[in-house]
Design a protein around this ligand. Structure first.
Ligand code: ZN
Length: 416
């Protein structure tokens, strides 16, 4: 409506101007040699405007004709795009419905129409994977990785494939490249840490580990791989500081101090480790420093002062007492342990030994058999066990070979 009003106003103004000019009179003359053209001013202005409009119209027509092939191409492109979008949607639906074969047909149709767009390549790869066609999926992921904007998507797909086939070296390279592309991707850092653990590259696993990683286990594992003794010693110290109750780190750190000629500090570390989590290996390491049986009893008294009621303390005190011929003291410790109702088989086995030491092998036979019967009912002694799959291990290791989990092997026994 406003446009019509505007047009009307312009027409009125034009008409008024022409009328005004016509009333004003005047004429335009063009003389060229003998040629003479003369016309009223209003008619000349009208002719000029008419000529301008005609020329403008002709130019518009010309550019419209020139752009015609491009418009046709664009229209076709849009039609193809709409068809390809439909095929893509049908492909996604087919994949979600668990029909990867149908999804691949739709993707092939869409690729013919639109070429290799990142979305189509991703869907092609996922459909191929769902159908178990890994080589085709690899090709699609590689094509995706070749496109600068979609490179990360391609690398992510290739990483998952490498992990699935257990090619951890390839997985490490791909993950590092993907991280360089997306430095902020937190899940990728965790993934790289997991890949490093699978490769048993413990220093890399430690460097990439997050706050919830088993740092003590990773540090100790890295120390075992470290060629430089100074750095290995530092890693062992860090493992011990991260978890003073982690016996393998306690022993490694204490042994390193002993080798360096610091027996007092080594004993301090063993004491600290025992206070945090009494473990028979710590006792063994400490007793290796003392051969006199009576002095061993005193050494153990000192070691277990803060953990008197702990089963490992009771057992250790009984064992050194028995070695020193103090059978009454050994029996007292074992009886106290037994009365808690938590005593494991070692308690009854040692009570049998006490009987033999007190009464001689023959007289003790009957009593010993009684303890052995009780032992059969008692819980098993603690062992190194994988917290993930439950597999037993004869010593601590950074990686459970049974299930491939790192840092999961723990001393599963009496409460720490
Ligand atoms: Zn396991």
């Amino acid at each position: 409506m406003r446009l019509v009003l505007k047009l009307l106003l312009v027409l009125l103004a034009g008409f008024a101007s022409v009328m005004w000019l016509a009333e004003l009179g005047g004429s335009v003359e063009i003389r060229l040699a003998d040629l003479w053209i003369g016309m009223p001013l209003a008619a000349a202005i009208l002719a000029l405007i008419g000529g301008f409009l005609l020329l403008h119209g002709l130019l518009r027509l010309w550019s419209w004709l020139l752009a015609w092939p491009e418009r046709r191409r664009l229209r076709l492109h849009l039609e193809h795009r709409a068809e390809a979008d439909l095929a893509l949607t049908r492909g996604l639906v087919a994949l979600a419905a668990g029909r990867p074969d149908a999804a691949r047909i739709e993707v092939a149709r869409a690729r013919r129409l639109m070429g290799d767009t990142p979305q189509l390549l991703l869907l092609a790869a996922e459909a191929a994977r769902a159908e178990g066609d890994e080589p085709a999926a690899t090709l699609a992921f590689e094509a995706l990785a070749a496109q600068p904007e979609a490179r990360f998507l391609g690398l992510r797909g290739l990483l998952r494939q490498a992990e699935a086939r257990g090619d951890w070296d390839a997985a490490r390279d791909i993950a590092a490249e993907a991280q360089a592309k997306e430095p902020e991707a937190e899940w990728l850092r965790a993934e790289r840490s997991e890949v490093a653990r699978r490769r048993e590259d413990w220093s890399e696993a430690l460097a990439l580990s997050g706050a919830d990683a088993p740092r003590a286990a990773l540090s100790l594992a890295a120390a075992r791989q470290e060629g430089d003794p100074v750095r290995a010693g530092e890693l062992e110290r860090q493992a011990f500081l991260a978890e003073p109750g982690f016996t393998p780190a306690v022993l490694a750190h204490a042994n390193r101090l002993l080798d360096a000629g610091h027996p007092r500090r080594a004993r301090g570390v063993l004491q600290q480790g025992w206070n945090a989590a009494p473990h028979p290996d710590i006792a063994e390491a400490l007793l290796a420093l003392e051969t006199d049986r009576i002095r061993r009893v005193r050494l153990v008294d000192e070691l277990t002062r803060q953990t008197m009621a702990h089963p490992e303390s009771r057992l250790l005190r009984a064992r050194v007492a028995l070695d020193a011929g103090l059978t009454g003291r050994a029996r007292h410790e074992l009886t106290l342990w037994r009365e808690t109702g938590q005593a494991d088989r070692r308690c009854y086995a040692l009570l049998g030994e006490v009987e033999r030491a007190e009464h001689g092998p023959d007289a003790a036979r009957e009593r010993e058999a009684g303890w052995l019967r009780e032992a059969a009912q008692a819980p098993l002694e603690p062992v190194w066990r994988c917290g993930h799959c439950g597999a037993e291990h004869n010593a601590w290791k950074p990686l459970c070979q049974a299930c491939g989990t790192a840092g999961a092997i723990v001393w599963s026994g009496a409460a720490r």
